[in-house]
Design a protein around this ligand. Sequence first.
Ligand code: PLP
Length: 456
Amino acid sequence: MEPIRNIKKPELKTEIPGPRSKELAIQKERYTPRGNSPGIPVYIARGEGAIVEDVDGNRLIDFTGGIGVSNVGYSSPKVVNAVKSQADNFFHTCFTVAGYEGFIQAAKKLTELMPGDFPKAATFFNSGAEAVENAVKIARRYTGRPGIIVFDNAFHGRTLLTMTMTSKYYPYKSHFGPFAPEIYRMPYAYCYRCSYGLKYPSCKMRCAHRLDEMFHTVAPADQIAAIVVEPLQGEGGFISAPKEFLQILREITKKNGIVFIDDEIQSGCGRTGKMFAIEHSEVIPDLITVAKSMAGGLPLSGVVGNKKIMDAPQVGEIGGTFGGNPVACAAAIEALDIISDKDFLKRATKIGEIVKKRFLSLKENFDVVGDVRGLGPMVAMEFVKDKETKEPNPNFVKELLHYCYKKGLLVIKAGTYNNVVRFLAPLVITDEQLEAGLSILEEGIKEVEKVKKEER
Ligand SMILES: Cc1ncc(COP(=O)(O)O)c(C=O)c1O
């Protein structure tokens, strides 16, 4: 098969979607439920680096990484080799039945990567939601308290508990209640749309101090097991909180014996140019949840944290049939090795600088780009109808994404108001591919703006 890793720009053989993708879309409708459907109407046959090839032979630049799962790139050779060699040995034993070394090696690796000068332990599950659920279980077991504090715009998953913890109602929670009890919500430092109508830094992080206030007005601190926070909110719209926000939360949780759970499922694994996004704030969490890019594309999630807290559940109280699958652990050992390499993180930071510079120039030049934010290569643009009123512009984003995939660029939205375009390309993307993708985005903004003006 012809290598596609280094192609310089999209290579389109048909219109997007092509005939074979259209056929598969018909079968998809026939055999699978509509609740779980591809947002971009292409079906993928293979991927290498930051390029995917669809079933019609179209080669597309990917700015999505399958929602942040492909930081080391599609078909990373080291990961593929590790998977093949583990597959030759065995697929599964269930770690709660009979152990295997890969689980322990992957756990050791995570404990070495987590910041903080204390003994640590790590364990594995299948999905991000499952990791968050288990982090909550561990914190409740450790503290003997029921309450959990979460944030506006948070996303933690789709199971009953994590759906409850998630903020946005449509589509994540729509008519799926009743929800889990003992979940309390506070504002996040969404400075572009401050909950208190204040401005950073003169606000003195009013939103973070809400936590102290909640102990009087909502639930006492001695009933709160944990706070679960994304250091940079992903699905919520790539909202990067000032570091003081996380520092104040950490201080208050420490004072009150509340477990600080850092949800790095989207922001971890090099996505912000550091192993974990929390490192930008120098806050040391108690527990970190990881998933997505950790196993280079295989389903694996984990909780890593302070061993004293991790050891709270007794034997048999946490685990699962597939959690820490041997093939996924073998992939994770390689993927974590690649990501934690300082040159990989340096390149990730460089990618972030290029993207942010371009996004900022788009903000300068287009009235629809209201905000540009993020850390390292976890960057996004928020689209508005008017820079003064900041009225969200989800229709513009919808049309822009449509323009992009027609030109061979896969890119996705985020945000409570569906008006954020986020950059989640594999961090092995080449300079030419990055430039080609950013140019399509820029042309798209021009084109959609032109059409919108003509419609008026
Ligand atoms: C911060 C965060 N937590 C949890 C999850 C849930 O992960 P999963 O979809 O693997 O259950 C996600 C998924 O996007 C996420 O971004």
